[in-house]
Write a protein that binds this ligand. Sequence first.
Ligand SMILES: Cc1ncc(C[n+]2csc(CCOP(=O)(O)OP(=O)(O)O)c2C)c(N)n1
Length: 582
Amino acid sequence: MAEAKNVGDKTANKQVVGTGGELLMHQLVAQGVGYAFTNTGSAEAGFFDAFLTVPGVQPILLLNESLVLSAADGYARASRKPAFVNVHLAAGTRQGSGQLYNSYFDGTPMVVTAAMRDNGSFGDHNTLGVSSGFAQMSTVQDVTKKRWEIRDARGIPMATRRAFSEALTMPSGPTYMAFSGEALDEKSVEGVITAGRALDVATTPEQSTLETIHDALLNSEKPLLVVGPDVQNAQAQQEILELAENYAVPVAVGFFDYGSFPRSHPSFQGMIDALPADDYDVVCCVGYRPNTRANPTDERFPSAFRIGIGQDPAMLNGSFAHDVQLWSNVKTAVAALNRLWQPGDANLHHISQRRAALAEQSAVRLAKQRDGAAEHATDAVIHPSFLGSRMADILAKNTTMVSENFNAADHLMPFGFAEEEWRLVRAYGGSLGYGLGGAVGAQLADPDRPCVLSIGDGSVMYSSSGFWTMARYSLPIITVVWNNMQYQTVRTNFARWGGNMAEQNKYPETYLGDPEIDFVMLAKAQGIQGERVDESADVDAALTRAREVQAGGEPYLLDVRITNVGPGADQSWHKAFSLNTV
Ligand SMILES: Cc1ncc(C[n+]2csc(CCOP(=O)(O)OP(=O)(O)O)c2C)c(N)n1
């Protein structure tokens, strides 16, 4: 008798009985959720009660919702797993939406949940809820990929499975679920738990498309590769390195994106916006997420042959026109492209010449950066380039750096793809308030990698109650506050804008030094030790101490007083006002 054929592994499922909240918890366990990022509210009691009966998920408490969302985001980025969030009703959801904006902007996979209250059956006026006539999901409709409202407890596992599947499926992104309190509270509900997965996307690109891209890159005299965060999202780091090295192509990254290509690689050119606008005959964008400049210069590289490879069609179709657009998983597309490479092509004159030129240019660039930082070693006030270069040298080899830093310091850090090189976690949406939460999530995601939060003084204050969470869970994060007592980014942009502000060298509401914020005390109030650093000569010792505390398993903060740079750096003017003297 013929043996039965293997029909495949049936997705495991499990029958459970419990409250609605317990069914949700069982579904989270099946999804592999280790942490629930949360800020507590009594409307979600049915969910919180299940922490006592269904083991497997650790709640992580953050003290406001924007921190909850950024912690979940940092966790998802650093672990490459979907994150789970529970916040309080519509008001808590709205409070977190400034950071949900960042997650949506970058396509971070996460499932965000809250309870909802009946807003019509009995009355219109609804504390913390949405008013009658509106749906709770309307609070997040432009910052989530998909949304559901669930009123029947029996549907909780099914709906949650779909929410995870949707969040994970490319293009990934945050999803939102609002559960009625009654559904979470209901008892003796039967449910079937089946984990939701990303949908498999068919991944074999057309041979002719690959050959067109290969020919363009091979024959190009002046190519440019532009890479973005979707390279890492697809885990295509090795493939992109191979592509860049085969064709000896210079590589640019997006705005502030120093994580998508190793910064000391000979091909690395820095941020795309600093390069000439139209100097290339072939431009190949891989996993790149272009930002609109809201003007006609969005039609980038007009005279180049433009190639786009990406897993998010909105990123390919939502910007400049491409001559070839390949909507595909970046990893499989680039791997297939690499298979067309013939090693003998490395000897082509223009390719070997380009390889040599890139090596030479890169050595000059790195030496210039090093020397530029060393020049400031004895400055009276600590210079940002000096601080950045000392952090790069002294902090742990395999650091994960969460950056909310606008001093253009990230370009000095040893980010790369090798095990001992640093990883960057950063929200490119630019909605401030990411830093402390992001670091909490990144540290939980990868406890074996030392985590450093590099953050401006202005940025700290958008998420300053996050130190408490670092202390509560002994997260050994080093926070380096780049304290220039200014919103320097805004000040320099005001100066560039011109007008009376530039003429008078006065930039309203950019100076933060009156009163001075004491970050050591701010951290101490929440259970974290730290120190203030004023002198260039003290930087190395302070960083070394921070590393020691980190190695001992505790967080530490350095409040580093740095100098201002750029236009208006000399001013501390602000439109003074005191109620006492009115
Ligand atoms: C939610 C939000 N509010 C305001 C801004 C505008 N903004 C951009 S950079 C910046 C200043 C950040 O200050 P700091 O962290 O001290 O860094 P610095 O600019 O001094 O380097 C501000 C207020 C923003 N990006 N996001």
